[in-house]
Design a protein around this ligand. Structure first.
Ligand SMILES: [Zn+2]
Length: 394
């Protein structure tokens, strides 16, 4: 006996958040079953949305798992959503979300409504539609404003995008538990990049399990590292967020753990990163850019490295940081592109940038031995290149 759910149809970004909002709590509650039997949960992409199949006989079990999860983590969730890099919400928003997700009966009815495709359309949700206003971080590409020049139309207001409480709350839960934020900027002017991983094809519970392990155990550390990157010449931290959006997205993916990478490489799926760049105050954010980037080749390249026992990309952070701080951000991207494509032009661009970065480090008064660390890591990158080029020949 299994049940099916179709994500509501609020577009790829939002439906991806809702997919995580349902699967991560479920996979935690049914940890033993999914470890034994990964096919217990199956998610399939349907273009801009997903179909989810779970081996339980009742929607109430899924509602129960979500409600327990939210009740159990309420303080943490409220901290994540009201302060820090994902602090787009205030306490009253979080309260509404908590109420929607801990009312088991209503939530169960909502999940049941997803048995039929097109929840959003059937309920009249959407732009100028019915329900509660969905905040921009949950639906950043709603409407046409992305095609407008934001610098010329700062006061342009699109009609509000509306959705029911459960859609909004599950998207917020997905954002809190599955998004990768990168924060940076000068003074009060903050730049926030949010990266969400989506896919085409099919994945099972293993993906959600390894994804969650990485997100919970390792992401915070990498987030802090990214936050500490300085910019050359100006007083700024979190310079990683000032890199081109696609570079930030590739950088986030390069931090994934070997077990997550292995699982993603083995899945019958193509992988995408969805990145949004927000500027302005967190409670009144503006969308400055959106990018959908396929990262399957990068995942495959990383998997090749980890299969050969190569060190984690995060262990090469000093050289990566030095590339950004010395103004060689393009060489950082070339490095990640080389992992994905094995294109020697990229390797050459990286090698030149790394050489400049080492020279730059040498001239910096602070951190006497830093250039030596950077040099030794640049050397490790050469080994990495050899591994990839060798496996290319084989
Ligand atoms: Zn809804």
């Amino acid at each position: 006996m299994s049940i099916r759910m179709f994500m509501p149809g609020h577009g790829l970004y939002t439906d991806t958040l809702i997919l995580y909002g349902i699967t991560l709590p479920f996979c935690e509650a049914f940890e033993e079953q999914i470890e034994r039997e990964p096919e217990f949960v199956k998610a399939r992409s349907l273009g801009q949305t997903y179909e989810l199949e779970i081996q339980v006989d009742d929607y109430a079990k899924i509602a129960q798992a979500i409600a327990d999860y939210v009740a159990d983590k309420q303080e943490r969730l409220s901290g994540i959503l009201t302060s820090g890099p994902l602090g787009f919400f205030d306490e009253s928003d979080v309260k509404v979300m908590r109420q929607a997700l801990t009312d088991r009966e209503r939530l169960s009815d909502y999940l049941k409504s997803l048995a039929e495709p097109g929840h959003a359309e059937l309920r009249g949700e959407g732009r100028d539609g019915r329900g509660k206003t969905m905040k921009l971080p949950l639906i950043p590409m709603a409407g046409k404003y992305l095609h407008r020049d934001l610098t010329k139309a700062p006061s342009y207001k699109a009609a509000q995008y509306k959705a029911c409480n459960c859609c909004c709350a599950l998207a917020a839960l997905g954002l809190a538990m599955a998004a990768f934020p990168v924060l940076g900027g000068m003074g009060r002017e903050l730049n926030r990049v949010i990266v969400v991983v989506s896919f085409e094809g099919e994945v099972n519970a293993d993906y959600f399990r390894y994804f969650n392990d990485f997100h919970v155990r390792s992401w915070e550390d990498f987030y802090r590292k990214l936050r500490s990157v300085k910019a050359a010449g100006i007083r700024a931290t979190g310079a990683a967020a000032q890199l081109p959006l696609r570079t930030v997205m590739k950088l986030v993916v390069s931090a994934f753990s070997p077990s997550l990478v292995r699982c993603m490489a083995g899945a019958e799926a193509r992988w995408h990163a969805l990145g949004v760049n927000f500027a302005g105050r967190p409670r009144a954010p503006q969308v400055r850019g959106f990018h959908d980037l396929e990262v399957t080749a990068l995942i495959m390249g990383l998997n090749e490295l980890y299969t050969h026992g190569y060190t984690l990309i995060t262990n090469l952070f000093d050289v990566l940081r030095s590339l950004v701080e010395s103004g060689e951000g393009h060489a950082l991207e070339a490095f990640l592109d080389f992992i994905a494509t094995r294109d020697l032009t990229d390797l050459y661009v990286f090698a030149r940038g790394a050489y400049s970065a080492v020279e730059w480090e040498r001239t910096q008064a602070s951190g006497k031995n830093r250039w030596e660390i950077v040099l030794s890591q640049a050397d490790q990158c050469r080994e990495l290149a050899e591994i990839l080029l060798k496996s290319e020949e084989a």
